[in-house]
Design a protein around this ligand. Structure first.
Ligand SMILES: [Fe+2]
Length: 343
């Protein structure tokens, strides 16, 4: 668990010189009007791709949106550089990818919100008055959970599918990374007996569990309004990804296997997270320029941020989150858990 928090991955995108050249990464190819540069290629999975050739000034052509969704289903994580998108166009593009966007539950009104938009999650390190987040503030400690491997919104009973993270400002000095893990390939390479054992498990996901792991001193006891805002949710561990392959739906929010003790549950959950985040399944995307954007599918990957540090520069990154409209969007109900004999 500690390693998941602190590891700096040598596998990077873009690759830096021959020593860090990505395993199996291929040359770019043309897909309609788009240029696609895969990040990691293996026999079992292609994971991550940088896409160029999009005209971001206007609404994206529906045919291009269709092509992008096809690429997203295949690669799980799509990277775009220097998009030039602003809040309105970021939201408009996100709305082309699904019916509904998640409203940020920590949006407490325009006058109290730096980015002034309920569809955007302000996940940078800048306060309303323009200063950097203060070390040891509640926001600082809340962010520490984001440095653990997770999927966004798995703690919602009606979960989300996509996240689109856009940099309005990224530090010049480098060191700004988001890390991604391929949970489809990780599942495919488990022994068959393990797959059989995991097949029907249901997991309780709880935002306050990951906050506590990230910062036990501050989030050991969340505030009553925090607990009320985010009750736990229940989802199958083994799921079918959009491309039809099986995958693991996991996160640091995963607290308990339904019907198991907390201790036994955490042992299995972190064994699986450690399995999924082996170097061969992971790459680290470097934020290079303002306007860079990454779009990932929470249903077939995990990700994590770098933790805040006292020497960090200003990082203004904003996220839209698109609610899942797929067959497993609503997770597992209490009635289904009784039928499945989980409880
Ligand atoms: Fe996240």
């Amino acid at each position: 668990m500690v390693n998941a928090f602190t590891t700096i991955y040598e596998t990077t995108y873009p690759a830096r010189g021959p020593v860090l050249k990505l395993r199996g990464s291929s040359e770019s190819f043309q897909h309609g009007s788009l240029t696609v540069t895969p990040v990691i290629m293996s026999d079992n999975s292609s994971f991550g791709a940088e896409i160029s050739g999009i005209e971001w000034n206007n609404a994206i052509d529906p045919e291009v949106v269709k092509q992008l969704i096809g690429l997203q289903d295949k690669y799980g994580v799509l990277i775009f550089r220097k998009t030039g998108l602003d809040n309105a166009r970021h939201i408009a593009f996100s709305q082309q990818l699904g019916e509904k966007l998640e409203v940020n539950p920590f949006f407490y009104g325009i006058e109290k919100d730096r980015v002034k938009e309920p569809f955007l999650w302000d996940v940078g390190n800048i306060e309303l008055d323009g200063s950097l987040v203060r070390p040891n503030s509640r926001r600082w400690h809340h962010s520490l959970g984001n440095a653990l491997w997770h999927t966004d919104s798995s703690y919602h009973q009606h979960r989300s599918k996509y996240s689109l993270l856009l940099a309005h400002k990224t530090p010049n000095s480098g060191g700004s990374w988001t890390h991604f893990a391929d949970t489809r390939r990780a599942y495919a390479e488990l022994p068959q007996a393990k797959k059989n054992f995991l097949e029907n498990l249901v997991i309780e996901h709880d935002l306050w569990h990951s906050r506590k792991l990230g910062s036990p001193e501050v989030y050991g006891n969340p505030l009553p309004h925090e607990l009320a805002a985010k009750p736990p949710a229940y989802h199958r561990l083994v799921q079918v990804a959009p491309d039809g392959r099986k995958t693991l739906f996991l996160a640091a929010h995963a607290k308990r296997v339904v019907g198991w003790s907390l201790e036994e549950s955490q042992k299995l959950i972190w064994e699986l997270i450690d399995h999924c985040t082996q170097l061969k399944y992971v790459f680290s995307m470097e934020w290079l320029s303002d306007g860079d954007m990454v779009w990932w599918d929470n249903r077939q990957s995990m990700h994590r941020a770098n933790p805040y540090t006292e020497s960090m520069g200003a990082r203004d990154v904003r996220r839209t989150t698109i609610i899942d409209d797929g067959p497993l969007a609503l997770g597992v109900s209490a009635e289904e858990m009784i039928t499945m004999k989980c409880v």
